[in-house]
Design a protein around this ligand. Sequence first.
Ligand code: HEM
Length: 164
Amino acid sequence: MSHGFLGNDASLMLDVVVCALVLLVPLLAYSVIVVKFQRNHELHKRLQMLLAGILLVAVTAFEIDMRLHGGWRNIVNKDPAHPRRSQAELENSALLLKTHLVFAISTPFLWAATIALALRRFPDPPVPGPHSDLHKALGWASAADLALTSFTGLWFYYATFVGG
Ligand code: HEM
């Protein structure tokens, strides 16, 4: 269980989070296509709420996992006598993780604001209205933030557990 299921000797929750990160971006792209080209606002709303749920579970799982293992460095070098990564490689991963955290921490706040305002200001069922301009700006910013969270998170995982 503590070794994950993707075969990279990471951890169970890290592998779950990686799968969530891979899943989120195509789902998000589909949700934007649905609203922009098919004008299916109700499906867009449902998909965005589902994505927010996946995001919340992924972030919580990651936090719990890191606390249980006492930090990602202990997951990489489980056996201190035979470390998998050198000090230089760990520093490179630490930099990638810091970059990832900029997006990973801002994304839930931006998403919460986008969803809270959308639920309050669009009618139910949702249709375009006076809130549209602000929602589109917030929506695109949230989408970009999530895509960057996913991209940098996967980069960190690859550099730390797969590559080399
Ligand atoms: C964080 C969650 C959300 C994100 C990232 C998001 C993203 C977007 C984006 C990027 C667009 C613009 C597409 C375009 O350029 O035409 C859009 C449109 C729209 N969204 Fe969302 N959305 C979110 C949540 C919601 C929710 C919860 C609702 C309903 C309560 C909603 C209702 C709408 C509507 C009605 C439009 C069409 C606006 C118009 O064409 O005037 N969205 N959304």
